[in-house]
Design a binder for this molecule. Sequence first.
Ligand code: HEC
Ligand code: HEC
Length: 467
Amino acid sequence: MKWIAVLGAIALSACSGPSEDEATYDRYLERIIAANNLRPLPTKPYEETPKFKLGQALFFDPILSGNRDISCATCHLVGAGLSDGLPASIGSGGVGLGTSRERPRDRPAQPRNSLDLWNRDNNSVKSMFWDGRAEVLDPVNRKFRTPLGDLLPEGFENLMAVQAIFPLTQADEMLGLPGDASPGGNPPAHAGLVNEIAASVVDLEEPYRTAAVLDHVVSRLIGTPDTPPSHWELEYRRLFEKAFPGTSPEEVSIVHVGNALAHFEEIAFATRDTPWDRYLEGDMTAIGLEAKRGAFLFFGRGRCAVCHGGPLFSDFEFHSIGARPFGAGYDGQGHDTGRFRVTRRPADKFKFRTPPLRNVTLTAPYFHNGSAKTLDEAIRQHADPLQYADKYAESGEPLLQIDEIDSVSPILLIRVELARREIDYLVAFLMALEDDGIDRLEGVVPLGVPSQLPIHSTSGAGDIRGH
Ligand code: HEC
Ligand code: HEC
């Protein structure tokens, strides 16, 4: 009898159809999918148009940085899921790449964890950055709110294009400091040059300083009418002309730079064909039983989808999950008031924009300050959002300030116990949101950039995974 039962079980599990348990989950999920109106993520076809090629050059070319030493790709590394593997990114002056990148002591600390760039053209993206400081006010008439206020030029095609101009203007990201010089090891045309962009704006107040930096960056790319163009200025003039036919070099502005960068990002950094999307298309075998259990928890009892809902698994609203102070923060003690820095509303203190979760498996460490090393740790923080409320820092001070404790989302204060295996199921579900991004992205790293400066892509980053 016993043997017959065992053989029966083997036969059942070996047959091609789902086991009864799995079929039950498929039925549960069918209802969840209908109730939440979940659909596969639409993506634009991959096409290397002239605008794509210009955006690609701009994304990888350190010529956009004050010291000619850092590009967008340095902190949004192809080999680290478009993040950089560090708790907080290290800007101009940093040495090395990925987890081995170091910040010399005289450089300002950039306080935040690098966000990834997957699918940020999606209509659900209402704001950019952990604190949402670049926002869409009116998508149809392309009205945006940013730290630049009225000085934000017209003509940006979308929020990603607007966002792209800000890293260029920050001393702790791409601008560097006045008095800096470009690395001596650069190719001769770029070695040991003063940071003329940072130096020329020292006397300006915001937002005029930012606006002036942006003008200088455009001159860096295409030159000025009174000096003979360098080899890269000629090349960029040609690329802008092809990407924006009918635009003469004199007409090129930071708006074209932003629009080209955004176009490249939207085509190159789309997640394509994840197991979860295939499951939504009706392929019941695209994800395994653990991921199905995880999906059931994610949309159900775990109530993750309350905040991580929508096509990118974010509501693009602001919440606090009680993440512990970590790293430098804005005050040097690891504290970061998040959304409050933008709105100045006390109710927004310590709140951060819900991070999207597609390809989240590739972008450890987690949270706005990189304080969670693994997905496991990140999920546990949600399950026990007050775990640091009664802990002390090395200084003897309470680890969390009173209003940090008060900020924690009421949604999470209703505790839901998650068993060890349930956290594993949730991680299995998050793994089903991963596409073959890293392998595919190797194909979008150009062989060279117009400046002929070295390209930062994967070397040194290794394969950084959060599970
Ligand atoms: C020094 C590292 C660094 C560099 C260089 C850098 N970024 Fe970022 N990027 C970050 C960090 C850190 C954040 C999050 C900052 C915050 O929220 O305050 C971010 C945020 C973003 C976001 C917002 C994503 C979202 O979900 O809101 C986009 C888009 C982006 N960067 C694109 C770019 C582009 C394009 C460039 C080049 C022009 C660039 N970055 C250069 C580190 C960097
Ligand atoms: C109240 C809204 C809310 C709920 C509910 C919620 N999250 Fe989050 N989640 C956030 C916010 C906000 C952050 C960023 C916190 C920070 O950086 O301080 C975050 C961060 C994360 C991260 C880290 C992502 C990254 O890129 O840093 C993961 C993973 C995650 N959540 C998964 C989950 C899972 C799984 C659940 C359900 C068990 C869940 N979340 C429930 C709001 C929420």
